[in-house]
Design a protein around this ligand. Structure first.
Ligand code: ZN
Length: 136
């Protein structure tokens, strides 16, 4: 369910309420009870939909917070020759570059490990990079 479902349920409840407001004195008690039951059902559905919507919004807030954290972390990098590096206070690249494949995949910054000669290996995705520069 969603906010749209909650709005639909509340609209149904309001329609029932309008019908009840038009009640005449000689109104049938059974009809009145039936409309009250319908009203309670509509409001219960609206409440459930709003609880679901609250959980969905909360999950999205967590995801936004997580993504903001990743963006902030990525802002603290320096670029060199097509690779991202951790940045010094002056904004210069330092250490080994991060794996481009892992950054493209999910934004995770995995520093490459030196394998042999001019070849570097990602410890996570096992991707290989060649001729990358390591900064002090
Ligand atoms: Zn990788």
């Amino acid at each position: 369910m969603s906010v749209a479902a909650a709005i639909t349920s509340v609209n149904a409840a309001l329609t029932t309420l309008k019908a009840m407001r038009a009640i005449e004195k000689a109104y049938d008690q059974a009809v009145l009870k039936s409309q009250l039951a319908e009203l309670m059902g509509n409001l219960s559905e609206a409440k459930m939909a709003l609880i679901d919507a609250k959980e969905e919004i909360s999950a999205r807030d967590d995801e936004i917070k997580d993504l903001k954290g990743k963006l902030k972390k990525q802002a603290e990098t320096a670029q060199f020759d097509g690779y991202s590096y951790a940045a010094t206070v002056e904004g210069k690249p330092t250490g080994a570059p991060y794996c481009n494949a892992c950054i493209a995949n999910d934004g995770t910054q995995i520093p490459l490990s030196h394998a042999m000669d001019r070849h570097w290996l990602c410890p996570r995705c096992k991707g290989i990079a060649s001729n990358v520069r390591k900064f002090p």
